[in-house]
Design a protein around this ligand. Structure first.
Ligand code: FDA
Length: 308
């Protein structure tokens, strides 16, 4: 409930002003975001790789309203991939990129976004790595999957994301797994209506478990993006039951969340990828992180009180 209220309120310019200018915000942003520049992203990637972790880098930003901005975001990804390639960090998909289709123009028009994503895929291939398309609000889901399906003819390793909170999730997993696609499964960070989404936590978790089974039993490459201890445990059991080799699927978590668990899984021989956002446009990302954990929000509100 609180989560839905905060996500809805986040569109308010006053709340945006309050959060982005509060002195307490910087420390929280720093715990979730790698820095502002590609150099920061590369520095954090180097450290994570040294600890045996895989990486997916996200240049923060979404819902781009102008062509020039969509092109600038695409240029940033191409630049970043060049840097990762030059340092040998991208080799074999060790560090890849995650792209929000609306950041590269999905809501301007789908062909702009498809062209920009194709450019990023080409740069990734050149660097020896892959691209994953994030899942955003409901209106973006179908066009994103259509772009991914089209581009996969040339870039078969283009990954996509399924949000278990959506009622369509299990069907999407079955369809995607059948084509041997790289599929990231997450719970879903957006607030959607009952008509298209499960809104109770328990229903979302049950949907995640069903999707997980579909992906682990299929011929694709599952990427299980969650910090939930129960779902991580179920993934391990399913890998055992289905006889999946440790290199035939991966765990994924967000930068700054449960880092000890990230290292534990990597040390146990699992493929463990950390999703690392960077850039100056962190507001929407931060609000989603605050909204999914009441303890974070309470901490943030207390710090606001102390500093005001
Ligand atoms: P849940 O929210 O139930 O949390 C389980 C436990 O994890 C908590 O009890 C706590 O210990 C810890 N935890 C979770 N969130 C935390 C936080 N913010 N701070 C501190 N601890 C926290 N969503 C989306 O809609 N589209 C996408 O493309 C992606 N992409 C994506 C990539 C990757 C690699 C990850 C890990 C997640 C995403 N997400 C996403 C976000 C996802 O949908 C979801 O909102 C968060 O991962 C939180 O859900 P959990 O599965 O962790 O469970």
């Amino acid at each position: 409930m609180l989560r839905r209220v905060l996500l809805a309120a986040s569109a308010s310019p006053r709340l945006r002003q309050l959060i982005t200018t509060a002195p307490a915000t910087r420390a929280i942003v720093d715990s979730y975001v790698a820095g502002e520049t590609a150099a920061d992203a590369v520095r954090v990637t180097r450290a994570l790789r040294a600890a045996g972790l895989l990486v997916s880098l996200d240049y923060l930003g979404e819902d781009t309203k102008e062509q020039a901005q969509a092109t600038a975001v695409t240029d940033e990804y191409v630049h970043l991939l060049g840097q990762l390639g030059a340092e040998g960090l991208a080799q074999g998909g060790a560090a890849e990129v995650s792209v929000k289709p609306t950041a590269v123009g999905l809501f301007l028009d789908a062909s702009t976004a498809a062209g920009n994503i194709a450019r990023i895929c080409a740069a990734a291939a050149e660097a020896g790595t892959t691209v994953t398309l994030d899942a955003e609000e409901y209106a973006a889901i179908e066009p994103t999957l259509q772009i991914a399906a089209k581009l996969r003819a040339e870039h078969p390793d283009l990954g996509c994301v399924v949000q278990a909170s959506l009622r369509r999730a299990e069907a999407d997993c079955r369809a995607l797994a059948a084509h041997g696609v790289r599929v990231r499964l997450c719970k879903g960070a957006y607030s959607e209506p009952e008509s298209v989404a499960f809104t109770a936590r328990r229903e979302v978790d049950q949907s995640y478990a069903r999707c997980l089974r579909a992906l682990m039993n299929g011929p694709g490459y599952p990427m299980l993006a969650t910090h939930d201890p129960r779902l991580i445990q179920i993934t391990g059991s399913l890998a055992h039951l289905t006889g999946r080799a440790p290199d035939s699927f991966e765990y994924q978590m967000l930068y700054g969340i449960r880092p000890a668990e990230q290292r534990r899984l990597a040390n146990a021989g699992a493929r463990m990828r950390v999703y690392v956002p960077y850039g100056g446009d962190w507001y929407a990302y931060l609000v989603r992180r605050l909204a999914e954990r009441p303890a974070n929000l309470a901490f943030f509100l207390r710090s606001l009180g102390r500093n005001s």
